[in-house]
Design a protein around this ligand. Sequence first.
Ligand code: TRP
Length: 340
Amino acid sequence: MQATQKTRVLTGITTTGTPHLGNYVGAIKPAIEASQDPNVQSFYFLADYHALIKCQDPERVQASRLEIAATWLALGLDTDNAIFYRQSDLIEVQELAWFLSCVCAKGLMNRAHAYKAAVAENEEAGNQDPDRGITMGLFGYPVLMAADILMFNAHKVPVGRDQIQHIEMARDMAGRFNHLFKGEYFTLPEAVVDQKVEVLKGLDGRKMSKSYNNTIPLFTPEKKLLKLVRKIKTNSLEPGEPKDPDGCTLFQIYSAFASDQDVAAMRQQYADGIGWGDAKNQLFDYLNTHLEAPRERYNALMEDPGYIESVLQKGAERAREQAAASMEKLRAAVGLGRFV
Ligand code: TRP
């Protein structure tokens, strides 16, 4: 099958945090699996330009980029197959973002959830200026994201539910550009929201998220992992009392990792009244067994940033080859082509 006929799947990871179990189950694992499909050309990138919107702590951004890259490599992403790169290595993305800015209605951006939420917060706080503290970066966030996607004419964009609107906006911009400049320059992308992939719960039972400070970092050292698992909130039922696995955070995390058979066995243990301490130990053992080998690889990779840099440079080279070719056409389309 020719490369051009493959389905192009693209997604970005904002580099502001340390990957946790929820990221792994919800995004990283399915993405690495999808990239093994020979009918797919996947593009995975560190959305580090996007990171600057949320985070003005350079050390955090720098550390997060390295951690996220090391995580994907440690978990076995095949970078000969998937194109794995840093957004900020593709200066072309900024150029395309500008082209799209010039066809994107301001009113469309006014309706973006993230911007609206920031305005609502100002209004609730009684600020006179509803735009107080809101940067152009935040306001134009969906344009940059559209540039990421449209640059490679991605067909499918796996994202969380909160990002669906951004994909719709990218379609809007693509359609507008095609119409204005009379050509099929861009493919209209589709959001893919995996219904099967559960949103993992965190230590306190709410969605596992950096903003709730309730995460279990994926490659936390073994001792720390045990400590965190012990912190997972349970109810006050005693050992011997039957317990309901559905809705139980421990059981949910266990289920995300274990085989169907082991999940069924655990379900039976709940019915038989397993004690919480015992359930936590079993969860820890399961996680630790699964994470031990990639954790070792992760630690080794973190010690070797030069290697990670070289992998990302290679990815950027492959991505830029395509991006540069697209930009040449797009420049000509808008009237910024060469004279001869
Ligand atoms: N905004 C996305 C998020 O926060 C990250 C992202 C940036 C992205 N560019 C993208 C996702 C392009 C998919 C496609 O999750």
